[in-house]
Ligand binder design. Structure first.
Ligand code: NI
Ligand code: MN
Length: 230
């Protein structure tokens, strides 16, 4: 069984497994300069919300309201979404895991900050570790620094695919992301959270080449609109 990834630029990725559509960090047009696709044009069943910054949550309320998607997020963001009319938020916290119809979701450590766009407390920022029913294990770093805790994911057996931020400035940059890929023992990496604005401009191809050459890890650099099947 394949997993289909559709990239909307920045850190917004649609993961389709069987007929279930899971969107990571809804940030779409016109908020996201990397895509023309609006929240009106995307249909989803689940939303994985890593943290509350606008470049991850700008379209979550509208999308969740229109589609009825379940938003998997911190307990604090779940409460905030409830106040904004989203009835289907599922709050979790770091280290916790839960089974959903598409597979098991664990909320992982991210070293970052997590305020919501209106200044509300969004709780701790997070990443996600997915054990999909298709048999694929996927790590979504979220916005984070490189952390030694990532080694725990590698020691537990590694992942088939890691979505890693490489933009630098606000998150880990390419050099640290190479180490992160090794720590989580990723077989395949897709870089995210770069080139959206000049402050996070990075050479994705150079990152991919370094990963292949120095770590023997496969890397696919996706442009907005690209689809990848694993
Ligand atoms: Ni952030
Ligand atoms: Mn961000």
């Amino acid at each position: 069984m394949t997993v289909r990834l559709t990239y909307f630029g920045h850190a917004t990725m649609l993961i389709t497994v069987e007929s279930t559509r899971i969107l990571v960090d809804p940030f779409l047009a016109p908020h996201n300069p990397a895509t023309q696709v609006t929240a009106e044009e995307v249909d989803v069943d689940y939303i994985l919300q890593t943290h509350g910054h606008a470049d991850h949550i700008a379209d979550t309320v509208a999308l969740a309201k229109r589609t009825g998607a379940v938003v998997i997020c911190s307990a604090e963001i779940a409460g905030w979404l409830g106040k904004h009319g989203v009835s289907n938020a599922h709050g979790m916290n770091i280290g916790g895991a839960r089974s959903f119809p598409f597979g098991r979701v664990k909320m992982t450590i991210a070293h970052h900050s997590g305020a919501l766009p209106d200044g509300s407390n969004g709780g701790n920022p997070a990443g996600f570790l997915l054990h999909l029913n298709s048999g694929h294990d996927i790590y979504i770093s979220g916005d984070t620094a490189l952390t030694y805790d990532m080694r725990l994911i590698g020691e537990a057996g590694g992942v088939d695919l890691a979505l890693l931020c490489i933009g630098d400035n606000y998150t880990m940059g390419p050099e640290d992301a190479v180490t992160a890929a090794q720590f989580v023992q990723a077989k395949h990496v897709v870089p995210v959270h770069f080139n959206t604005w000049p402050v996070i401009a990075q050479d994705g191809r150079a990152f991919a080449e370094t990963l292949r050459r120095s770590a023997e890890i496969e890397c696919t650099v996706m442009a907005p609109g690209d689809v990848l099947e694993i």
